[in-house]
Design a protein around this ligand. Structure first.
Ligand code: 5GP
Ligand code: MN
Length: 349
């Protein structure tokens, strides 16, 4: 209680003030700033990066969001998303920006492998580095690391940083909507990881900026193409439940995806659906992206650690209740492999 900031803050969480001051110093002495996030960016990755970009531009900085690959179509309505430099489309520009940056922000990822083709560029860059993230065990070498695995989204953590830095008042209505989107998507619309009272103080501030949260919910959580609705329905119809392991599995082969004219983002959220069954503790979604690559997504309830499974067997990771990785092989091999390891995790059930 001797810390004046602790006494003054409306929030329970307080980022150590020396970290906030150091980031402010790095920003104020930088001119060219790149902000990046993990590959296959989701609402939190896009919300946090675009909001920060907007604030940095207001501060007069030459700031750009650079991503390894395209944002999903479902989030293309976010105003800042249009300005993102996507490395697969504008390779040279992405390379030039990263090479000439004097400061790089890494948001919403904890190891450089997660930025895919951008990793060697960021590694080679002489820029100072700031990490703001909520994944466990951050591995990125950084000048400043603001990491809080207890908070439900990087967007909420970014808001706390901006608030402490005295920069929250620079958030425009659009940037406030970006932050809200990130907070909403990483909590399934405030359905999980969302008992933290700080979240609602942040939402209060964002509403005061004029965001239309009901419309954002509709646009982000409840808008689908006809194809996507059909894929979600088909996936659930084909779900397998393995009662002895309290496991729900949904798989989609390349042929099935093609039949539904699958585009990126169409299967978003499908992995959560088996968890609606009270006796299902964890769920796995397997999507056959190519003949020898299956994208794995996992979700769980309570203490069941899907991050452990993804790290150990699928070269991935994530959070205890939401993780992902890859399987190199066919879809049927992926299923056989999954079924061979499930018994190892029965003790967590
Ligand atoms: P999703 O299942 O929505 O693709 O991912 C859920 C979470 O798992 C993400 O927020 C991310 O933290 C993590 N994740 C997904 N795929 C990977 C991956 O291939 N590698 C790692 N390290 N984490 C992943
Ligand atoms: Mn996140």
């Amino acid at each position: 209680m001797n810390n004046p900031l602790l006494r003054r803050s409306r929030f329970r969480r307080v980022i150590p003030s020396e970290l906030v001051d150091e980031v402010k110093r790095l920003v104020l002495t930088a001119q060219s700033i790149v902000i990046t996030c993990h590959v296959s960016p989701d609402g939190d990755a896009l919300g946090s990066t675009t909001a920060l970009c907007s604030v940095l531009r207001t501060l007069g900085k030459d700031a750009t969001v650079v991503t390894a690959d395209c944002p999903p179509r479902s989030l293309s309505f976010l105003p800042g998303v249009r300005d993102i430099i996507v490395a697969t489309r504008q390779t040279e520009k992405a390379e030039r920006l990263i090479a000439s940056a004097d400061l790089i922000f890494c948001l919403d990822f904890n190891c450089l492998k997660r930025i895919d083709r951008l990793a060697p560029l960021v590694e080679a860059s002489a820029a100072r580095r700031v990490v703001i993230d909520h994944h466990t065990a951050p591995e990125i070498e950084a000048d400043v690391l603001i990491s809080d695995p207890e908070i439900s989204s990087t967007s909420a953590l970014l808001y706390l940083f901006l608030y402490q830095a005295g920069w929250a008042r620079m958030l425009t209505r659009n940037a406030a909507a970006d932050i809200y989107t990130g907070m909403m998507t990483d909590t399934g619309g405030f359905a999980y990881n969302s008992n933290d009272p700080d979240l609602y103080l942040i939402i209060h501030d964002l509403l005061r900026k004029g965001i239309d949260k009901d419309n954002l919910y509709k646009l982000v959580m409840n808008t689908s193409s006809e194809n996507r609705l059909r894929i979600l329905g088909y996936g659930q119809y084909r779900m397998q439940v393995i009662p002895q392991h309290k496991l729900g599995i949904i798989m989609l082969s390349r042929a099935e995806l093609d039949e539904f004219d699958y585009t990126k983002g169409d299967t978003e959220g499908l992995v959560n659906t088996p968890l609606a069954i009270p006796d299902v503790t964890w769920s796995v979604f397997m999507r056959e992206d190519s003949a020898d690559l299956v994208k794995i997504s996992m979700r769980s309830k309570g203490e069941f650690p899907v991050n452990l499974i993804c790290e150990k067997h699928f070269g991935g990771g994530g959070h205890i209740n939401a993780s992902g990785g890859d399987f190199h092989g066919s879809l049927s091999d992926a299923l056989t492999f999954l079924l061979s390891i499930t018994k190892d995790y029965d003790s967590y059930l």
